[in-house]
Design a protein around this ligand. Structure first.
Ligand code: SF4
Length: 88
């Protein structure tokens, strides 16, 4: 009987430890989900060469000079490879 009790305690410990690891991983993932992409990674340029495609009319642009996805200062005249039209 003692062996059985020890085994059950051990199993409970493993389950609790597993839950703790999963919770910690979830927090880490949530933190990284907020990290932005570097400008070089999406070929950001401060002056767009695409007609009618610039940060100012991109759905990710946050006026006056930021982006939901790309890190750093973003000019409304800029452009990058993940440009997406603003919903009308
Ligand atoms: S084009 Fe859009 S996604 Fe790219 S940097 Fe400008 S606002 Fe951000």
């Amino acid at each position: 009987m003692t062996d059985h009790n020890e085994e059950m305690k051990s199993r409970r410990f493993i389950i609790k430890a597993g839950a703790l690891v999963a919770a910690t991983a979830g927090v880490a993932l949530a933190g990284s989900a907020q990290a932005k992409v570097p400008q070089k990674g999406v070929q950001y340029v401060a002056k767009s060469v695409k007609p009618n495609q610039n940060c100012g009319n991109c759905s990710n642009f946050i006026a006056p000079n930021a982006c939901k996805v790309v890190d750093g200062q973003i000019a409304p005249t800029g452009y990058c490879m993940i440009w997406a039209p603003k919903a009308r």
